[in-house]
Structure formats: structure tokens, C-alpha cells
Design a protein around this ligand. Sequence first.
Ligand SMILES: [Zn+2]
Length: 285
Amino acid sequence: MAITIYRCECKQELALDDTMCPACGRKDFPLPNVRRALDPIETGALKARYKSAYAASRDQGTTRLLAALLKTASGSKAVKAMGIATLHVNLLNKDLIKSFYRRGSRINTQDPHSLSRETSDTWANPGYHHLLVQAALSANELGCRWYGSCHLVFRSESIASRASVFWENPRTLFAKVSSNDALSAPPGHRATWENRSRLAIAKLHDRIQADTRCESFSALFIEPRIDPTSDFIEVQIYGDVAISAVEKITICKETMDDTDLESIDVVVRKLAGLKIESQVIDAYP
Ligand SMILES: [Zn+2]
């Protein structure tokens, strides 16, 4: 489905990846991923899903649980998981946290998940996917365990104006859609940061039963399996993220090897020097 053409105040049509009007030089419009999430076709499709989630919940008698889920989702955070070696190098070099594509990562030709990554990322965010830092929407300050043992919680105020949320890993959605949607991601699968709770409700409502306990909500947001196919809501942040935008880091020892374990102390000391709160846990809750 074609999305709405976005025009600058001067009436110039903006390309999907424009961050400045090529006619008048204005920059006072939303960044590309946020602009896409604000497209009336996207917001209309998400609103319909959100309303039908509440209708289904009324039928099932789970509206109180859904209200509790909405409250949890409203306070959810963007959490980026990475290995401790990557975090250590980042801290040593005072690097910015960059997109997968901007930090010189290599596509592994032997790994089908790696191989299909760029295709589906381009499909979801054509023209600017390589500038997005990816994280997962979390209700318990832990990110997707597959990506590493260090879980960086981004300050909401540092990312709110440039983050959007996407239904799941684009790779997973891309694999599910019909050939009609192969050129452009179907609407209703993304939201602005401000509207992330609506997307969470639309996606997660049918995983709630009458006997679901609120304590189990965090496992609905991010599937706790350590696997490349584990499910999560992807947070897509436009541009690099400074380490000062990180409010807390949890380091989990559970799956670390000896080399990783040895670097914990030095990383924790570095974080203390930067006044970033950290905690080390032996195992995942
Ligand atoms: Zn203009």
C-alpha cells in the first residue's frame, strides 16, 4: 500500500529519507522513521488494531488485565543488548552506539538470519535503515538475550523524538507477509515512541488469558529464549546514541565465558567513572 506523500510547509515533496527540505532548507519536520510512523495510513491501521484488541478483551473478560498491560507498556524502555567485549571497546574508545550497518558489522553468509537481515531492514525502512540503532521494547530493563549479556537501558527523553517502534524483528514480519506486501511493509506495524503502548496492546493482547499474572508481562514483550528467532518489539532509533543517553546497564553472567567474566570488573569501574548505574546478576530472572 502506498504511503502518504509528506510535504514541507513550502509544498516541496520530501523523499522517504530526507531530513532537510531540498527546496527551502527547513529541518523542522519529524525524522524519517518517525514521519513514517505518523503517516495517516499507518496510524489508522494501528488504531483499528488497538480498538479490536479492546473489543476482543471485553469478550474474554480480560479488560482489567489489558489496562494493566497498557500501564506497563506506557513505562516500557528501549533496551539494547550487546556482548561485553563490544561494550568494553565502546567505553574504551568513547564511541557512540551506532547502527549495525555503521559499526562495520559483517553479514555472515553462512547464517540465514544474518543473510536476510539487510533485505528486511531495507523493506521496513527504505532509504535510511542503515542509520537506525536497534533495541527492544522492554518491561523489565532487560533486552533480547540473543544479542548479548549486557543490557543498556536508554533514557526515554534522549530518544523520544527520534525513536519509533516496529511490531517485531522486520526479518520475522517479512517472512510472513504475502507477495503483495513484498515491496513495502504493510501498515499498522509501527508507532511513534509516544504511541508505543498502543502497538504493544495491539500485538500482545491475545497472549493474555484470564489467569495471566502481571508479573509475566515482561516475557510477553521480549521472549526470554536465547535464540535468533526470539520475539520482541523492535525500537528503531534514528542516528547514533551517546553513552550518556544510557541510564542503566545490567550485566548477566549466565551465558558468559571465562574471558567475558574477566572483563566485568573493569567495565563496571568504567561505568562508575561515567556515573552510569550498573548491576551484575548471576542469572536471568
Ligand atoms: Zn521546504
